[in-house]
Design a protein around this ligand. Structure first.
Ligand code: F6P
Length: 359
């Protein structure tokens, strides 16, 4: 007999349901007696005792369904120790609800912030398994997060579509790609779609180099240029500012531009007189059905999590390392970000074929 809790927290992505299905199927095929409690809307459900008892039937037919059957919300880690508006101690409330249901463990699906709270609950004595979700692929300790490749597909398709219209009109286009503070999504979608310039936060850009890349293409007979710009991209000058000055600069920029791509567009326009178009696919990148790769990854991670639960092994994130599922102690990975290193093989390969990173 096992009693498990499930929750999905933070921004959603395409393969949350597929992952929960993997966990529940992995358990129900190996034990006769399983009770599953789904906490609604992320940590909120655990804090306020909003849960539903689920059966194996609830997990049937959801492999391909995007979003999350449990709903989600953002509950910032830094506020977890702060009582709510009614003075409720959130951490104590989560512990009480866990113990009230007499759970053997809580399986938490989420990104970096979610993982920090998962680790906090582990430190508070709860049995926790974390599964790494995010389109950003920025979780330390796993080569891949589920959601990433589905988002790469969508961002790639968006840039593909821009490619055809940009080439008909001989225009310079910027497509802004999600990814929060890291550049994995932009890097992969940019390479996959044949972008000419890729700007990511880990390689602060020099606008003159970006302009140079556009002009070089023009000289070589290509009238159009595609730039894949990460939402967290930053200029060389800004990257050199101190923390306080940078915050101020960001606030000023926010008043001037809807997002970084518009700033890059204006900088190019000022230097070249060209008219630059900006496209922001935004949350479409997190929507729709998971791609086949994510369906496989999620099934494997869910199944590996089930194995840990059957063995009563808790306090781990289940990741993918060198093609194999691996349990990574939460205390080791919580709070660490996996960024693109400027000397990453992908960057070197991309540069060799002429893609500019604006550096
Ligand atoms: O972490 C996933 C992500 O989609 C990021 O890429 C993006 O910066 C952020 O979430 C958007 O958050 P929200 O859904 O709160 O607008």
């Amino acid at each position: 007999m096992k009693r498990i809790g499930l929750l999905t927290s933070g921004g959603d992505c395409q393969a949350l349901n597929a992952t929960m299905r993997g966990v529940v199927k992995g358990l129900s095929h190996n034990i006769d007696d399983l009770e599953v409690y789904g906490f609604m809307n992320g940590y909120k459900g655990l804090i306020y005792g909003d849960y539903r008892m689920l059966t194996a039937k609830d997990f049937s037919g959801i492999l391909t369904r995007g979003g999350t059957i449990l709903g989600t919300s953002r509950q910032p880690f830094k506020l977890m120790r702060t009582p709510d508006a009614n003075g409720l101690d959130k951490v104590e409330a989560m512990k009480q609800n866990y113990h009230k249901l007499n759970l053997d463990c809580l399986v938490i699906l989420g990104g970096n912030g979610t993982q920090k709270t998962a680790n906090l609950l582990r430190e508070e004595g709860l049995n926790i398994i974390h599964l790494p979700k995010t389109i950003d692929n920025d979780i330390w300790g796993t080569d891949m997060t589920f959601g990433f490749y589905s988002a790469v597909n969508i961002a790639t398709e968006a840039i593909d579509c821009i490619h055809t219209t940009a080439s008909s009109h001989n225009r310079v286009f910027i497509v802004e790609v999600m990814g929060h503070k890291v550049g994995w999504l932009t890097l992969y979608a940019g390479i996959a779609s044949g972008a000419d310039v890729i700007l990511i936060p880990e390689i602060p850009y020099n606008i003159d180099k970006v302009v140079e890349a556009i002009e070089r293409r023009k000289r070589n007979g290509s009238g159009f240029t595609i730039l894949a710009v990460a939402e967290g991209a930053i200029s060389k000058e800004d990257a050199q500012l101190g923390k306080k000055e940078l915050k101020k600069k960001m606030e000023e920029d926010k008043k001037l531009y809807p997002s970084v791509s518009y700033k890059v567009a204006k900088e190019i326009e000022d230097r070249t007189g060209m008219e630059i178009r900006v496209t922001v696919p935004g949350h479409t990148q997190r929507g729709g059905s998971p791609c086949p790769y994510d369906r496989v990854l999620s099934t494997r991670l869910g199944s590996a999590a089930a194995k840990l639960i059957l063995n009563d092994e808790y306090g781990y994130m289940v990741g993918l390392v060198n093609g194999k599922t691996k349990k990574v102690p939460l205390e080791e990975c919580a709070g660490k970000l996996k960024v693109v290193t400027p000397d990453a093989q992908e960057i070197k390969d991309a540069k060799r074929i002429g893609i500019s990173f604006g550096d």
